[in-house]
Design a protein around this ligand. Structure first.
Ligand code: ATP
Length: 603
């Protein structure tokens, strides 16, 4: 038990250390406005601190019946200058906080989009969303509203204490003793605030993940009458976040009560001790009044600073969650880390212009691939596809057909062996220019939200003439659908293309591929949801570009297979046979079975 407790403490200490380091690193590029803000705060504080002194001269002037105008004007000038400076300082510091968070968000977005595909497999999308949303928002509100605003208060406190020493050090010792006792009592609450905030943010992450999962499969949820079950489960995370939130609020309240109590007690004790000393003639009345005013001045920055220290624990918890993004693998080694003070540079897709249309030769050289640590999906797979060839990959479900396409897109890298692209190892080619040469229609043919036009032009990276767009739309038989839409090509397609049918989504994906004019075409059962006339049309459209491309199709239909130059039969993690349809029908019993069963059934 004790060891576990120690462990938690070490983690806490580490988290606090890392959190503080991260915040300082984030603040570094903004040190100029922060210093300026602090300077204004210092000037404002000095002005405020001078006010009781000015008040004392007014009192003295009244007692002495000397000139009142000078001290009065000084006091008014001090009040006005103090107000303007504190306003300016607030603006400058809060803007610096906003900029820190903007930089952090831009780097986080950049990083989350450049993770390796395996990282998305491992993590929950919603949790990544929650880092970018709720964690950066928490950090922002803490930094701007609490921490930076509290910094000038430090100056006020130091100044007030210095002036109190000047006025009467005995009373100061009394005040500091009261504050020290109360601080000792509330200090342990701070680390507990960090813990409960971390727990709350984690539950918000789980809630976002679960909600994202349910909403992305909402039709399945409804069809299974699972709305209430899902609502209960997701609500469970919301409730856990609430419980942790309430714990934080309790601790916050405890700390703020402690601070307020310290101030009030100090005031009363100073009043008592000071009053006695005034009565016994050892302290002038004007000094006691000035001293009491300083105790009051001390109150507000002390409250703000204590609140800031407790809020800072929340910032540490949020920073620790955001920083997890730096431990995730990215596709490019130079993707900026979330916590670096660098600003994000836009990265444009590097294309080998003029080469993207040329069909490549593709070769698998003893490729072994394992998704995780279990059985390899592909072991020692070797085949060669010559430039301009149309090759079909067939095999039983789950044998690794899609995996072959994923490896060509470098969504994953082989565990062993090499993939050659025009004789060059795929791993040595610039990733963006490689992908720019490939057109991939996935099995699920995803469509993004937005208009039909945006979806068709997605990833083309060039100005497509209206005539070419219209031709492609006609070629994939989307033209009559476009005519039926209220705004034609500019009509929205709904979230994930929900306003389109499965077949229409596939045709949008196919059109997108044609517009990209890729040298290597990868089709994953791209025609599986189409009826015969549409499939025929799409086939013709692909055939028209296939002359200029190497095509690899994961085939589930006999018609696709028969039209291919070569067929690769995958079975048991390896290549079983290669040949034309006629050759394989003659020589491969397994293929014959496959053709009769799987391919004919769907063809
Ligand atoms: N991201 C992933 N993480 C872990 N395992 C995976 C992943 N994707 C696929 N697999 C597993 O790898 C194996 C091959 O999957 P793949 O999608 O390549 O099969 P397939 O031959 O295309 O199947 P189908 O014809 O049913 O589409 C399957 O057993 C699958 O469960």
């Amino acid at each position: 038990m004790e060891e576990a407790g120690n462990d938690v403490d070490t983690n806490n200490a580490e988290e606090q250390d890392i959190g503080l380091k991260v915040l300082l690193r984030l603040a570094r590029p903004h040190r100029k406005p922060i210093v300026l803000g602090l300077f204004l705060g210092l000037a404002g504080s000095l002005g405020a601190l001078a006010q009781p002194m000015a008040a004392r001269t007014i009192l003295d002037a009244v007692t002495d019946k000397s000139g009142l105008l000078g001290p009065l004007l000084t006091l008014i000038a001090l009040v006005l200058a103090g107000a303007v400076m504190s306003g300016l300082q607030l603006f400058i510091l809060e803007r610096a906080g906003e900029r820190m968070v903007l930089g952090l968000r831009l780097r986080l977005i950049q990083r989350l989009l450049h993770l390796k595909v395996a990282e998305y497999d491992r993590r929950q999308t919603g949790d990544l969303l929650s880092k970018a949303g709720s964690d950066t928002t928490l950090l922002r509100s803490v930094l701007t509203a609490n921490v930076l605003d509290a910094l000038p208060g430090v100056v006020t406190i130091v100044g007030a204490i210095a002036l109190m020493v000047y006025l009467d050090w005995i009373l100061l010792v009394v005040v500091l003793a009261v504050i020290a006792v109360v601080t000792l009592v509330v200090a342990p609450a701070l680390s507990r605030i960090r813990d409960s905030t971390h727990t709350a943010q984690e539950h918000v992450g789980h809630m976002t993940s679960s909600l994202e999962r349910a909403l992305s499969a909402i039709r399945t949820v409804k069809a299974g009458v699972m709305q209430d079950t899902e609502a209960g489960r997701i609500g469970g995370h919301a409730r856990s976040a609430y419980t942790a939130g309430v714990r934080t609020v309790k601790l916050d309240a405890f700390i703020s009560v402690g601070t307020a109590l310290a101030m009030q007690l100090s005031f009363l004790v100073v009043l008592g001790v000071g009053g006695y000393r005034v009565a016994s003639g050892t302290l002038p009345a004007a000094d006691l009044i000035a001293f009491l005013l300083y105790v009051m001045y001390l109150g507000s920055p002390l409250m703000v600073i204590t609140a800031a220290v407790s809020q800072l624990q929340k910032a540490f918890a949020a920073a620790a969650r955001i920083m997890e993004a730096d431990t995730m693998d990215t596709e490019f080694p130079d993707v900026v880390t979330v916590t670096s003070p660098e600003s994000v540079t836009e990265r444009s897709p590097r294309r080998e212009t003029g080469r993207e249309g040329t069909p490549p030769t593709v070769e698998f050289d003893r490729v072994t691939f394992t998704y995780r640590t279990d059985e390899p999906v592909l072991s020692e797979v070797s085949f060669r596809i010559d430039a301009g060839m149309k090759t079909a990959i067939v095999g039983p479900s789950g044998v690794g057909k899609t995996t072959v396409l994923n490896l060509l897109e470098r969504f994953y890298d082989p565990t062993a062996g090499r993939i050659l692209f025009d004789g060059r190892d795929l791993a040595t080619l610039p990733l963006n220019s490689l992908r720019a040469r490939i057109g991939y229609v996935e099995q699920t043919a995803p469509v993004l939200a937005g208009t039909l036009r945006e979806n068709l032009l997605y990833g083309t990276h060039r100005d497509v003439p209206a005539k070419e767009l219209a031709e492609v739309v006609r070629a994939v038989r989307l033209d009559h659908i476009v005519r039926g839409l209220p705004d034609g090509l500019d009509s929205p397609v709904g979230e994930r293309g929900s306003q389109l049918s499965g077949g229409e989504r596939q045709r949008v994906a196919a059109a997108r591929l044609l517009l990209r004019r890729p040298g290597l075409i990868l089709l994953d059962e791209a025609t599986s949801q189409l009826d015969s006339p549409n499939e025929q049309a799409l086939q013709e459209a692909f055939d028209a570009v296939a002359d200029r491309a190497t095509t690899i199709v994961v085939a589930h239909r006999l018609s696709t297979v028969v039209a291919s130059d070569r067929i690769i039969v995958l079975a048991g993690g390896g290549v079983r046979s290669v040949g034309t349809h006629a050759e394989l029908m003659d020589t491969d019993e397994f293929y014959r079975e496959l053709a009769r069963g799987q391919l004919l059934a769907r063809g």
